[in-house]
Design a protein around this ligand. Structure first.
Ligand code: BMA
Length: 841
C-alpha cells in the first residue's frame, strides 16, 4: 500500500486528532499547534499500525498495546531487545486552515527526537536528525496545505549505525558485558545502552513536545539575564534579547520584573538589528540561598516583544533567583568549596541519575517529590550525572524552589568521544546551545560540568584504552567550555568530574576495602557509594518465589549490574560487619542497614574534617528500575535505610564519634553548618547492651558558626577492660538552644560483635489527622529499629532509629491509603537488628 493509500484510512481513524492553532497562553502573536497526543506507530515498512502516545517512546507504546510484557519483570529485558534493534515509524494527521497558513512563518518544532530520525510531512522529506538532546525546527510552510496534513517520523535503530562507526574506528569505553559497544558515536542518552545499575533498553520515538509554531513579523529567539551584585543600590539585571524577524519593522521589548506578581522594575528598549539589552535595578533584593542557609525568593523576568502598533508578538518568562556563586580553589586548610552570596558552605547531597529508562513516564510531580525528599534529609546539593539526559525544566524548577544546588554534568560519560570528527563536534555545539539556553536562568545551577570520569580514560595520545588529551581538551574545554562561557558568562564551568579537586572514591565498593577506607582521605567527595538491595516489596515486584530462595539466584543477579558479582560484594560485606541474616527478607533489609552504616562512616568523617572536606555527594540518589544498586531511594520512591540515616548525618548540627579501637577511645565531634554561633549542650552516656548505664556526662558548649571540632575525647580503656569492648554502647546527644539537634551511637566493635538482647519492642498507636503516631519503647537497646506496613506503603517520619530503654521514640506513619485503627494495628510491623539474625523472631 502506498503512503497516499494508507492516508485515507489513517485520516478517517484520526479525525478526532484534528486540531487548530491556539494562541500561546501568554502571547498574542506566536501561535502554537500542539502535535502531542495520540499518534500511530508501526514497524518501518509494515502496515500494522498501533496506537502511540507522544511524548513517549516505542517501549511504552508497545507495552500499552500489549505487545511486550513488563520490561522490569524477571529477565523480560532479555526478550525485548528486538525492540531496540528494529526501525519504527510514527505518524499522525492534523488539520491546518488557510488562515494558519497565511502567517509569515510556519515551523515544525521538535523538542526531542530519539535519535536517528527522518521527518516527512505530506510525503516530503524535511530532515534527518541525529541528536536526541537537540531542539529541531523546520520550515514547513511550503509543504503544508489547507485541510488534513500528514506527518511521519521514521526512527532507524542506532545499533547498526554505532556498530559500523565502531568497526571503522573503535572508541575506548567502559561498558558492561551485555552492553552494546560504541554508544559514544551517537548523541543519545548514554545509559540507554545499559549501565552498572541500569537495563539495556534502546528507545526511539518523539520523547518531548512536538508542535507547529506560526508567527508574523518577529518572535523572541533568545533571552538571557545577567546579574550584577556589586552595586550598593541593589542587584542590577542586564536582560539580553535577540529576536528573529520575518521582515524589517520597528520592534520594542517591554521587560518587567515581578516578585510574587508585584512589579519590581520595568523598562522598554528598542530592538536594533534584532538585538536589545535592558538594564533594570532590583532595589532591596532578596537573595536566593541553598536550603538550610536562607530562603529561596524567586523573581520573574518577563519580556514582551512589541511591534510598531504596540501589539505583543511574543513573550518569554524566566524565573530567576538573585545570587552569586563561586567555586573556591583548595588550599592548605580547605578543599574546593562552593560559596553562595560570598558564604562558603559544606555541600551535602547525592548523585542523580535518570529516574526511568523511558523518560516520558517521569511526571513533574514525581520529580518534585524527589527534590522534596532530598531537602527533607538535609541535602543542599544534587549532582546530575553525565550519563543520562539533560534534565527536565520541572526538576530544575523544584530545585530552584527548594534550594537544591545542582552540579550539572553535560551528557558525556565513561567513554571516549570522537572529537576528531567535525560533524560530531558541530552536533555537540548545537546541543549545548539548546540546553544551556533552556536552563541557564535557573538559580539552582551551581556549576556546569563537561563530563563524568572521562579524564580517567584520557592519556596524552589516543590508544585502545584511552582518549587523546588534545581531543579531550578540544571537546570539553574548547567547545563545551567555550559555548558555556559565551552563553552563560556568569556560570561556573569545569571540564569534568573528578577533575577540579573533587574526588570519586571507589576503593570500598570496587576495591573491596572496609568502610574505614573512607577515613583515609579528605576533599570534596563527588562520588563514593555502596550498594544495597531494595526492600522486599520492590524485590517481589520483579521476582517469583523461586527467585527469592537466595540473594544469588539468576534473577537476583539479573537485577544487579555491577561488575565483579555485585550481590556477592554485598553479602561479603554483610558478613564482615553483621551476623548472618536469618532469611531472604532479613538479608534485603540488612543490606540496607549495611549500606547506611557505610555511607554514614564516610559522611560523618568528612563533616568532622570540615573545612579540609567541604562536600559529600554520595553515589547515588535514585534508581531507574527496580534493582540492587547504590541508591538511597528505590525506583518506586521507597526510601532505603540510607535515606533515613542521611537525614541524621546531614543534620545542620551533627554530633558524631570517631572510634579508636586500638586505644579504646572515642573522639566526639560537634559539627555545625549553622550560619550563627549557638549555645549547645553535649551529653554522652556509655551503656551495656542491656541498657545499664556505665558512665555518663554532659557539657555546655558554644558552637561556632560553620565549624567542626573535636569537643571531647572519651577514654574507654577501663570500661573496656571491665566489661569487654563488645559490651559498650556510646550514646551521644547534642542539644542546641534547649532543642534536640543530633543523636548518635558509637561502638568500638563491628555490630556483629555486640551482645544484643531481645529489645522487647512495643508500639503504642494513636490516630492523628492524616496518619498514625507510633510510640516505640524498648526493654533494652534496639539498634536500627524500623517500621513497615504489611501489604501497604507508607511515609514514615523516621525509621532505622536506635532505641534505649526509658527513651521512647515517636514515628508518624502516613499509609498510602486510608486505614482504620484496626487495619493499621494489624498491618504494623516493628523490626530491629536483633530480628535480622535471631531465628526465633
Ligand atoms: C561512577 C559513576 C557511574 C557508575 C558508578 C558506580 O563511576 O560515574 O558511572 O555507575 O561509579 O560504578
Amino acid at each position: 500500500m502506498n503512503f497516499t493509500g494508507r492516508m485515507n484510512i489513517f485520516a478517517a481513524a484520526l479525525i478526532s486528532l484534528a486540531s487548530c492553532f491556539a494562541h500561546r497562553a501568554d502571547a498574542a502573536g506566536v501561535q502554537i499547534l500542539s502535535l502531542n497526543g495520540p499518534w500511530q506507530v508501526a514497524l518501518t515498512g509494515g502496515n500494522e499500525w498501533l496506537p502511540a502516545k507522544v511524548p513517549g517512546c516505542i517501549h511504552t507504546d508497545l507495552l500499552a498495546a500489549g505487545r511486550i510484557s513488563d520490561p522490569f519483570y524477571r529477565d523480560n529485558e532479555r526478550t525485548i531487545q528486538w525492540v531496540g534493534e528494529t526501525n519504527w515509524t510514527y505518524r499522525r494527521a492534523f488539520e491546518v486552515s488557510a488562515a494558519d497558513l497565511a502567517h509569515d512563518r510556519v515551523l515544525l518544532r521538535c523538542e526531542g527526537l530519539d535519535t536517528l530520525a527522518t521527518v516527512r510531512v505530506n510525503g516530503r522529506e524535511l530532515a534527518r536528525t541525529d541528536n536526541m538532546f537537540r531542539t529541531w525546527e523546520f520550515d514547513v510552510k511550503p509543504v503544508l496545505k489547507t485541510g488534513t496534513n500528514a506527518i511521519e517520523i521514521s526512527f532507524e535503530s542506532v545499533l547498526p549505525y554505532i556498530q559500523k562507526c565502531n568497526a571503522e574506528r573503535t572508541l575506548p569505553e567502559w561498558a558492561g558485558p551485555h552492553e552494546p559497544k560504541g554508544r559514544a558515536w551517537v548523541r543519545k542518552e548514554p545509559c540507554n545502552f545499559g549501565w552498572d545499575w541500569g537495563p539495556v533498553f534502546i528507545t526511539c520515538g518523539i520523547w518531548k513536545n512536538i508542535e507547529l509554531v506560526a508567527f508574523d513579523e518577529a518572535r523572541l529567539a533568545d533571552v538571557a539575564v545577567l546579574q550584577d551584585h556589586s552595586g550598593k543600590k541593589g542587584v542590577k539585571l542586564a536582560v539580553q534579547i535577540a529576536v528573529e524577524t520575518t521582515h524589517s519593522s520597528a520592534l520594542q521589548a517591554l521587560v518587567t520584573v515581578t516578585q510574587d506578581r508585584q512589579p519590581v522594575a520595568q523598562s522598554t528598549v528598542n530592538l536594533v538589528d534584532g538585538k536589545a539589552a535592558a538594564d533594570l535595578m532590583v532595589a532591596h533584593p532578596q537573595l536566593w540561598w541553598p536550603a538550610g542557609m536562607g530562603k529561596q525568593p524567586l523573581y520573574e523576568v518577563r519580556v514582551d516583544l512589541l511591534n510598531a502598533n504596540h501589539e505583543v508578538l511574543d513573550s518569554s518568562v524566566k524565573r530567576i533567583g538573585l545570587r552569586t556563586i563561586e567555586l573556591l580553589p583548595a588550599d592548605q586548610t580547605h578543599s574546593i568549596r562552593f560559596a553562595v552570596n560570598g558564604v562558603p558552605f559544606f555541600a551535602k547531597g547525592a548523585n542523580w541519575i535518570p529516574s526511568d529508562p523511558f523518560a516520558s513516564r517521569v511526571t513533574p510531580e514525581k520529580l518534585r517529590r524527589y527534590v522534596a525528599d532530598a531537602v527533607a534529609v538535609n541535602m543542599n546539593t544534587l549532582r546530575f550525572w553525565g550519563g543520562g539526559y539533560y534534565e527536565e525544566d520541572a526538576l530544575y524548577d523544584a530545585c530552584d524552589e527548594m534550594g537544591v544546588l545542582v552540579w550539572a554534568d553535560c551528557k558525556f560519560a565513561c567513554s571516549s568521544y570522537p572529537a576528531f570528527d567535525d560533524k560530531f563536534m558541530e552536533n555537540v555545539r548545537q546541543e549545548i546551545r539548546d540546553n544551556v539556553r533552556r536552563l541557564r536562568h535557573h538559580p539552582s545551577i551551581a556549576v556546569w560540568c563537561g563530563n563524568n570520569e572521562i579524564s580517567l580514560l584520557t592519556k596524552p595520545e589516543w590508544s585502545a584504552e584511552s582518549m587523546g588529551k588534545a581531543d579531550y581538551d578540544k571537546l570539553f574545554s574548547g567547545l563545551i567550555g567555550g559555548e558555556i562561557k559565551a552563553l552563560a558568562p556568569q556560570a561556573l564551568y569545569v571540564p569534568g568530574s573528578p577533575e577540579v579537586g573533587d574526588l570519586h572514591f571507589w576503593q570500598v565498593w570496587h576495591g573491596g576495602k572496609s568502610f574505614d577506607a573512607y577515613r583515609t582521605l579528605n576533599g570534596f567527595m563527588s562520588e563514593f557509594g555502596f550498594q544495597s538491595f531494595p526492600e522486599p516489596k520492590t524485590v517481589d515486584s520483579y521476582t517469583t518465589n523461586e527467585d527469592r530462595t537466595s540473594l544469588h539466584t539468576p534473577i537476583m543477579d539479573w537485577h544487579q549490574r555491577s561488575a565483579g558479582n555485585g550481590n556477592k560484594k554485598i553479602s561479603d560485606m554483610m558478613e564482615r560487619y553483621f551476623q548472618p541474616a536469618k532469611d531472604f527478607d532479613s538479608a534485603l533489609w540488612l543490606s540496607q542497614i549495611l549500606q547506611g552504616y557505610g555511607i554514614k562512616t564516610g559522611a560523618e568523617f568528612w563533616r568532622q574534617n570540615m573545612p579540609q572536606s567541604m562536600g559529600c555527594i554520595y553515589w547515588q540518589y535514585n534508581d531507574c528500575w527496580p534493582v540492587a544498586s547504590w541508591s538511597s531511594v528505590d525506583y518506586y520512591g521507597r526510601r532505603k535505610a540510607l535515606h533515613y540515616m542521611a537525614r541524621r548525618f546531614y543534620a545542620p548540627v551533627l554530633v558524631s564519634g570517631l572510634e579508636d579501637t586500638t586505644n579504646q577511645s572515642v573522639a566526639i565531634y560537634v559539627t555545625s553548618d549553622l550560619l550563627k554561633s549557638s549555645p549547645g549542650r553535649l551529653t554522652w552516656e556509655v551503656t551495656d547492651p542491656k541498657g545499664a548505664s556505665l558512665t555518663r556526662g554532659t557539657e555546655k558548649l558554644k558552637l561556632p558558626a560553620q565549624t567542626s571540632r573535636c569537643a571531647k575525647q572519651l577514654d574507654l580503656r577501663e570500661l573496656a577492660e571491665k566489661h569487654g569492648a563488645s559490651n559498650l554502647l556510646v550514646w551521644l546527644k547534642m542539644e542546641v538552644r534547649g532543642q534536640p539537634a543530633s543523636e548518635n551511637l558509637v561502638t568500638l566493635v563491628y555490630p556483629k560483635e555486640l551482645a544484643l538482647a531481645d529489645p522487647g519492642l512495643k508500639p503504642a498507636i494513636r490516630k492523628t489527622q492524616d496518619g498514625f503516631r507510633v510510640t516505640l519503647t524498648a526493654k533494652s537497646p534496639a539498634l536500627w529499629t524500623w517500621l513497615t506496613l504489611k501489604n501497604a506503603d507508607a511515609g514514615f517520619s523516621d525509621n532505622f532509629v536506635h532505641l534505649r530503654p526509658g527513651s521512647p521514640v515517636e514515628i508518624v506513619v502516613k499509609p498510602s491509603h486510608p486505614m482504620t485503627d484496626a487495619e493499621f494495628a494489624s498491618a504494623l510491623q516493628v523490626h530491629s537488628l536483633f530480628d535480622t539474625y535471631n531465628p526465633s523472631r
